[in-house]
Design a protein. Sequence first.
Length: 571
Amino acid sequence: MKFNKNRLPSRHVSVGPERAPHRSYYYAMGMNENDINKPFVGVVSTWNEAAPCNIALMRQAQSVKKGVTEAEGTPREFCTITVTDGIAMGHQGMKSSLVSREVIADSTELTVRGHCYDAIVGLAGCDKSLPGLMMAMCRLNVPSVFMYGGSILPGNYKGKDVTVVDVFEAVGKFSSGNATEEELHELECVACPSAGACGGQFTANTMACVSEAIGLALPYSSGAPAPYEERDKYAYESGKQVMYLIENNIRPRDIVTKKSLENAATIVAATGGSTNAGLHLPAIAHECGIKFDLDDVVEIFKRTPYLADLKPGGQYVAKDVYEAGGVPIIIKTLYEGGYIHGECLTVTGNTIAENLKSVEFNKNQKVIRPYDEPLSITGGVVGLKGNLAPEGAIVKVAGMENLKFNGRAKCFDCEEDAFECVKNENYKEGDVFVIRYEGPRGGPGMREMLATTAAIYGQGMGDKVALITDGRFSGATRGFCVGHVSPEAAVCGPIALIENGDEIILDAENGEISINVPLETLEKRKKSWKERKTDFNSGTLWKYSQTVGSAVKGAVTHPGAEKETHVYSEI
């Protein structure tokens, strides 16, 4: 046998006379002595019946297990939670979304630690489950392969491709009398026709692109839509590949480096990806002990061309990327332009550059531009700073025509109040919606605002107003919507001091977010500011609020690898 169990974590539960009680449990599950003597590979998926994003993951996990078994490993399947943003959106349930990223990472860590697994193959399908599993892989630092569960097929309504975002926006059209209830119902019935995550370049597909660019996923594995049987081939290969990583002792922290994180930020910018990547990349870096915060992400965004004409700012969806040639053709043209570090190691055992040798950029498609013919010369996501966000904020500019906005503040201390205002059309052109106390600590949970922003767009006001928040935006949000404003209102960040009518200055060309109010006025307001109480004084959300840090550093909840005195993989 080519694997020596005496150097693997699973020796603690399977080797030696003192482990006879442990082995008796394995026999109870149908394993034999040969199975017990092989490396144990945790096959973790975020399968559930909450939403279509996750429904195909258990099927793909079976193919992973076949690959592990055929490569002389013993797979041990387990599931962890997800909170699916599309279902959680627009109500108090969204407070659970970002928190679920930590629970996914923590629960995966606990399962692997508790049962001494030697490696991980992780399958994820929804926004927070992708970074959550990648964070766990880096935290544990055992040989790991990540695999995306695939995107949903586009719906078709009146001859046009549609996604769930069209349904959210149709709610706004309905509220303003521009759509009937029958039309809304007809659209909702056809918008999501299959298993898979939301089809535009929203958070799930953004982080799927990241998984390949950062090196934790096999090339092409994130491309095929969830219903396609081709996904099972990549799942099988992922199972085989993790055994190669065990044999060669290649671990996530060999792969996830400062340069590979820069590659990840590059593909986010080039594809007009979700602003949530500005949270998730620093959080993944944190698990490796690498300093890589929003400022670092933003620097990459500034110098990266915007190449992918994808929804919500563009025309196409993930299925179109797959048919055009997959994520590798995006990485290929970026590499040719000098935007990608080709020397970074990947789970193939080869570098990015070596993986790209056989990849040719497909010129017979319109979805992805070559690096020297970009949609714009800077990335689809921009960082902002100023006296309103001294630590920073972030805005998705992909598809936007006007990158500057000056307007008067219209303040709300929770999303529901803002949505009610929009529903009643109690606002006007030039308003800047300020939604605060929705940050990581103050929410708690840093809610996304898609229901509100989509309703504004549905009312035809998407380019006539702006919105800023210390919360988040869905990757599906479009319009001048600034999120992650830091420091957040709950710690008396400047966003807490804004009053109705204050002039707000937003400039995505020069990276500015400011309030035109004298400093002495802000200082006076600060002296009278009082901490805002929440209704979450027990349970998981309370616990999260006690430990979560700033959005700029990834909204993380523990000290990270920098403070480690041991790593699980070395036990």
